[in-house]
Design a protein around this ligand. Sequence first.
Ligand code: SAM
Length: 170
Amino acid sequence: MDKGVVDERNDSIALPALGCLELRTHPLRGRGVFTRSPIARGTLVHISPVLLFDHAEYSEHGKHTKLDHYTYCWQGGFALALGLGSMFNHEPFGRENIGFTRDMGASLIKYTALRDIATGEELCICYGPNVWFDVATKASNDQEGSNSVLEGNALQPQTAEDLLQCFDII
Ligand SMILES: C[S@@+](CC[C@H](N)C(=O)[O-])C[C@H]1O[C@@H](n2cnc3c(N)ncnc32)[C@H](O)[C@@H]1O
């Protein structure tokens, strides 16, 4: 599979797309990304171009809207991941099956399988330690995304700075 790197000769960026991904809706977690085929560890599963907001624009506008539940910390402000990047739900650290890296130069986020992922599994990233919602975790090997359980979570709603904490996992 193409690595999704910037081709410096013509400034184009290859955007490999896995045809096996689909969106499903869960009553507790909302929409999420699932796979219809097995995915091998290390596979580049998605690349999201991002829409950047500088700190001033974000604090004046973005953080007062639903955007605040979707944006990633970014150099100089915040970024909305386009494509499927905003659809990955959260699993607590160590339970996520997708890692991501921010390519600040190319304004992209790359999502990679951290382990082998089975048909029917939900693809989840870890947003970091401080989340703003009650976490419904996946039951192990949840095939339909229907076995989620609500974890007791006393976390208060957090500021945008806490959203999708700034550590890259892979
Ligand atoms: C980046 S969006 C992910 C897509 C979202 N599920 C949707 O339908 O638009 C983040 C939001 O998804 C929900 N979410 C993500 N992971 C969750 C989880 N483990 N448990 C409960 N809600 C979750 C929360 O409402 C959170 O604000």
